[in-house]
Design a protein around this ligand. Sequence first.
Ligand code: ATP
Length: 346
Amino acid sequence: MAGILIDKVAKRFGNAVALQEISLTVADGEFVALLGPSGCGKTTLLRIIAGLEAQSSGKVVIGERDVSALKPSERGLAMVFQNYAVFPHMTVFENVAFGLRMKGADQARVEAQVRKAAALLHIEAYLERYPAKLSGGQRQRVAVARALAVEPAVLLMDEPLSNLDALLRLEMRAELRSVLREAGTTTIYVTHDQTEAMGLADRIAVMHGGHIVQIDTPTTIYSKPATRFVGGFVGSPPMNFVSTSASAGSAKLGGITLAAPVDGPIILGFRGEDARLTDAASGVPFRLKVAEPMGSHLLLTGHVGDDLARIVAPSGTRIDAGATLGLALDPTRIVWIDPQTGRTLP
Ligand code: ATP
């Protein structure tokens, strides 16, 4: 069993707080993505779990062992970092074999594991080459193959696909997911790319300002963000937010009335694909500014009151620029946010 327990881990660099007290449990075999904007503390948290950085307080438990004071090599994990250096003086084969040789694996096992990892990462053709003769993306795949070859119980990854082109990244994402699931590898994966987190993770921990602001399944993070920040960070286009006011338990937006949890100033949050276009009189008035054909859909940008909103309509929908339309909203697919705290109201 190799679950991970992060218990009240905090980190200060001098006077600057990089991580507030963070607690997080990752189940054995689970894939958790740490998602957040630059500077939110994702890499710092990963480096603390790896043992590359010492926490200011709190502890890290892997399996049954408190590893808080152990060296990286004693923690029983493998890592792939964005700029993970491959060994320039070794062939790709020897790079991928490195961890296995360190563990004293015999030649037959080294061969088998290297071939398997190389096939997965599409680097079979370069096994005899030296890293200097590879592109950045190929080197990154060597680093991932090296980590997977040892079949680690715990794998830590920091933006491991960032040097790959878009198509390869998509392909690798799907393959990584299936191979790690099959192997039952407990994985923590740092990314600032929300589509990557959505596609890969069993659960996403969204980080902001040294905190985990929400940890949940991708579906829940997407449809029920805990805060305005999460709704605005996850999803493309981001969630729409409309400032309004409620009284006697409801908010009136043009032609529709929505039940609201509290009276007074309140923010309505909804996803662009959850709004159905209707006429101006029978929906929330939407003043269209721009309609962009995206191929799979039509992206409409316009105003609801003073707020900008983006609506996803089926491609082929015929609309006049500058028209005022109406948005029909499904009450089960909206959220209400407290403008003071930015938190979603129950
Ligand atoms: P990115 O996606 O840009 O890598 P991140 O979410 O991984 O961002 P961290 O690298 O963990 O963020 O940094 C968190 C905060 O801690 C930042 O404000 C950063 O400037 C600070 N920080 C990180 N490492 C150090 C360090 N060695 N010394 C001082 N401050 C640091």
